[in-house]
Write a protein that binds this ligand. Sequence first.
Ligand SMILES: [Mn+2]
Length: 327
Amino acid sequence: MFSEVAKILRNEDGFVVATHVNPDGDALGSLFGLALALTDMGKNAYPVLAEEIPETYHFLPGLERVVTDPRSINPAPAWVICVDAAEQHRVSGDLPSFVGGARVINIDHHPTNPLYGDVNLVDPSATSTAEMIHEALKQAGYRLTPDVGMCLYTGLITDTGGFRFSGVNSRTLSMGSEMLASGFDSYQVTLSLFEDFPLGRLRLERIMLERIEVLLDDQVIISVLYNDDFSKLSLAHSDAENLVSRLREVRGVEVGVLITEQTDGFTRVSLRSKNLVDVARLAKSLGGGGHRRAAGLRTDLPPSQIKKKIEELLREAIYGKTSNPAS
Ligand SMILES: [Mn+2]
């Protein structure tokens, strides 16, 4: 499959690269890394993103090229490459409105991806989409520049939590090594990603920790954040990215859950698991998706109701459907 995509990257022209809404480091690193590499290869290539880029990622090269309205691109693209987007309807910029006659290439590593592309390169064993793009570019004969290396490394570091998460293997580190060999400053990437939060995030974390509920024999920790919390601290919702992982860090805890009220009236649920529970499956059963150890969903239920539902599903996942523990 990599060779098929590599052939298209090498031989074709007229690319739009798109990624998912609420983009994270893998989404943005993959988006800009691939768009920059295609430009280096002499192609017409546009990174598309309809929304604002969180400040954490402003260090990424290629941001100034972003197109917010892909319908303005002339001539219309022959290829639309969606990166790290587990579902078609989550592609930023409203995919149906700009896809036109273009063929869609779907490059992703979410096991819940329904293979919505004309060409699908989906590998759930990859720890990041960025490393898949690295492999495809390598097979296309492209040699990484420091800028592209930095973008892809950002994706790899984000999705592996700095090489800490499940799924990391010697291949992951080889890929990281190949990216680093392109010659950018890795410390700049890790500083920007992990050591540069606004002060308000620390205060938001305090609120989250004050509200924790420890459930199911101390195996689950749930907390909730409301729109008010963000506005009082002048924070964007994207500033809460990955706060949920704090809830999983506790000894004996299997699942951390952060429920966040959204400004559009919806509620977002982020799930992180350690060993036992497949949270991708749980999220999918409620219309979301993700990975076994990190998943999420959006719902129109208010925080208190979705919390009950999640607790029920986690009880089933941890104890089984029929058992009824005294706890
Ligand atoms: Mn990813």
